[in-house]
Design a protein around this ligand. Structure first.
Ligand SMILES: Cc1ncc(COP(=O)(O)O)c(C=O)c1O
Length: 382
């Protein structure tokens, strides 16, 4: 099976599944300090916060766990919007996945605040700092921006966008779901106030993560049950955490750390080194994929971002995206079709909801996978 469906969710190493099963069956209770089972749950949560902090270069006390990035973003949007009112403004971009648009639009509408939309170059797929800066004003409270588009792979200069947001006195909420699988991330370097990601995109189980400075989280009051803890980050985590899933995420981070770097180095240093190697490998495979697709008559590549993840979006003349998807799937090549919830981006580039075919490269893809995809697409053009 050739998996080019990584942008929708990566394949998972056995040790991640094993960590989930081991934790679930380890004699575990709800968190506490009295029984060994309670302490085990406590340790799993602490371990997962530390692992994510190493992955994102942030502080463990600022790592919030959620069911998904979408849920984390809706919850945070509702909580932040308690501080907004008429005249306040929120900036969203048309490049973003809807999970970093609609929660802000809905929360702004409920607070009577105004939403301002940053466009992007529909031909290249690039979102520039100027595209966002044009929408900033002294009334901007928050800028929601993607670190990488899950549709086109475009990687905006997120650090510069964050800087522009800060200069306007606004917070910056960065969607790192697509990027985290493909690059070494440093929240410290990025300067982002919030950074959201989803471990199921980087070899882990299905849940979401939201990272922020603990001091910032202290200023936000989400809705919560009366008896549940009011400390940060627990205040943001409604109900019981999925301990077994969190253990899987720790295993996924350790898996990434194990891909490269010297065993003597810190986990953070090994992760950064591994991700640089992942990036270099994926680029090699992606170049073969992109060049191969460009060489096939009848294939249209959408977008040519200056800086990108290894994610290609393409159409085949005379074939619907769905037909290409199904025909490739029948040959064991998984490259799905659609707009992948990046509905604003798909409309902005003129594709609309049916979108196109997306082929994303992951570290487990080989040149053989690429050749199979190219052969399958080639057949459809004849
Ligand atoms: C860029 C991007 N943002 C957000 C999401 C939503 O993530 P989740 O499924 O964790 O809600 C996705 C999922 O595909 C995504 O690709």
């Amino acid at each position: 099976m050739a998996h080019f469906d990584g942008p929708g969710g990566s394949q998972v190493p056995l040790r991640v599944g094993q960590a989930v099963a081991d934790t679930l069956c380890s004699g575990i209770a709800n968190r506490g300090a009295v029984t060994a089972a309670e302490r085990r749950a406590e340790g799993v949560v602490a371990g997962a916060r530390a692992a994510v902090a190493d992955l994102l270069d942030c502080r463990p006390e600022g790592v919030v766990f959620a069911r998904s990035m979408t849920q984390a973003t809706y919850d945070m949007a509702r909580a932040l919007a308690k501080q907004w009112g008429p005249g306040d403004e929120v900036v969203v971009t048309r490049l973003d996945h809807d999970a970093n648009i609609r929660p802000w639009v809905t929360a702004a509408e409920a607070a009577g605040a105004t939403v301002r939309w940053a466009g992007f170059d529909p031909v290249t797929g690039d979102l520039s700092v100027d595209d966002v800066a044009a929408e900033l004003s002294p009334r901007t409270r928050l800028v929601a921006v993607t670190a990488a588009s899950n549709l086109l792979g475009s990687r905006p200069d997120t650090a510069a966008v964050v800087e522009a947001a800060h200069a306007a006195g606004a917070l910056a909420y960065v969607d790192g779901v697509h990027l985290t699988a493909h690059a070494a991330v440093s929240m410290a370097d990025l300067g982002a106030d919030f950074y959201a990601c989803s471990p199921y995109k980087f070899f882990g189980p299905h849940h979401g993560v939201l990272a922020a400075a603990p001091e910032l989280l202290e200023t936000v009051r989400p809705d919560k049950l009366l008896p549940s803890g009011d400390s940060v980050p627990e205040r943001f985590e409604l109900g019981t955490l999925p301990y077994e899933t969190l253990a899987g995420t720790t295993a996924a981070v350790d898996f990434i750390a194990g891909l490269g770097g010297s065993p003597a180095a810190s986990r953070r240093a090994r992760i950064a080194d591994s991700m640089r190697q992942v990036e270099a490998y994926e680029e090699e495979i992606f170049t073969r994929l992109l060049d191969g697709l460009a060489a096939i008559d009848g294939v249209t590549l959408h977008g040519s971002p200056k800086r990108r993840t290894p994610t290609a979006l393409f159409s085949v003349a005379g074939r619907s995206p769905q037909e290409v998807y199904e025909r490739l799937a029948a040959q064991g090549v998984n490259a799905p079709a659609g707009s992948f919830y990046a509905i604003e981006a798909a409309r902005h580039i003129g594709l609309g909801a049916p979108g196109a075919v997306r082929a994303g490269v992951s570290p487990y893809n080989t040149t053989d996978d690429v050749d199979r995809l190219l052969a399958g697409v080639g057949e459809l053009t004849r």
